[in-house]
Design a protein around this ligand. Structure first.
Ligand code: ASP
Ligand code: MG
Length: 242
């Protein structure tokens, strides 16, 4: 099987969590699966990066902001590849442009257009786990773009769609998709399954769990998405065609 696993910022917030995520990836590799890992920047890195900008420029060019913000995911990807190798799993980190994830040139809010080249497949065929930076791609002009805040989910679903993955697993800090934000409402109810349309409505209402473009893409390419906790066992929520 080909599996895409995405780890959000809270799932990678410190070294212990990176190792925990790497162990989960390693489990799948040892079962004989090929795994593409998509990572977000660690913890609140993206916010911390953004907070430094105003002191340098009150109107930062969007192109440079994207180049700058893409660094958070790059650090995560390299650390994850190191952690996997430390666990005996051959792995390679790839940026959005190395992976060939093409987008339009709407800096800061780019839309995914396709996957160019074969780099990810080549790495997998060589027996390496590909660790791809979430949240970013490359425009036709060859510039780094970002997909909008929370965009790593979209990267994961896009790669699952373009690579024809069997599963797309999104690891996060809640145990799946709930009718309300479980971080704020203790009585929130978790869905075992939810259809794309209902999920899209939740995402557009501001449910933080999945990026709305990620759900649109999952619906368009019919990618079943499993949303799971990084910290607790359980099958989470399956987002599919109901
Ligand atoms: N690091 C980016 C953000 O904080 C992308 C993501 O986490 O999905 O928005
Ligand atoms: Mg997120």
């Amino acid at each position: 099987m080909l599996i895409v696993q995405k780890y959000g910022g809270s799932s990678l917030a410190d070294e212990a969590r990176i190792h925990r995520a790497a162990r989960r990836v390693a489990e799948q590799v040892r079962l004989g699966h090929k795994v593409v890992v998509v990572v977000s920047a660690q913890g609140d890195t993206t916010d911390a990066l953004l907070a430094k900008v105003p002191a340098v420029s009150s109107s930062p060019p969007a192109r440079e902001l994207d180049a700058y913000l893409s660094a958070g995911e790059l650090m995560s990807a390299a650390l994850m590849a190191m952690a996997l190798q430390a666990q005996g799993i051959p792995a390679v980190s790839l940026t959005g442009w190395q992976a060939g994830l093409m987008t339009d040139s709407d800096h800061g809010d780019a839309r995914v257009r396709g996957l160019r080249g074969n780099r990810i497949r080549q790495e997998l065929e060589q027996g390496r786990t590909a660790v791809v930076t979430g949240f970013q791609g490359v425009s036709a002009e060859g510039d780094i773009t970002t997909l909008g805040r929370g965009g790593s989910d979209t990267t994961a679903v896009a790669l699952a769609a373009f690579l024809g993955a069997d599963r797309c697993m999104i690891y996060t800090d809640v145990e799946g998709v709930y009718d309300r934000d479980p971080r704020k409402h203790p009585n929130a109810v978790r869905y075992e399954r939810i259809g794309y349309d209902a999920m899209l409505a939740l995402a557009q209402q501001g449910a933080q769990v999945l990026h709305d473009r990620c759900v649109e893409l999952a619906r368009r390419y019919q990618v079943p998405v499993q949303v799971l906790s990084s910290f607790r066992p359980g099958s989470g929520t399956m987002v599919t065609n109901e």
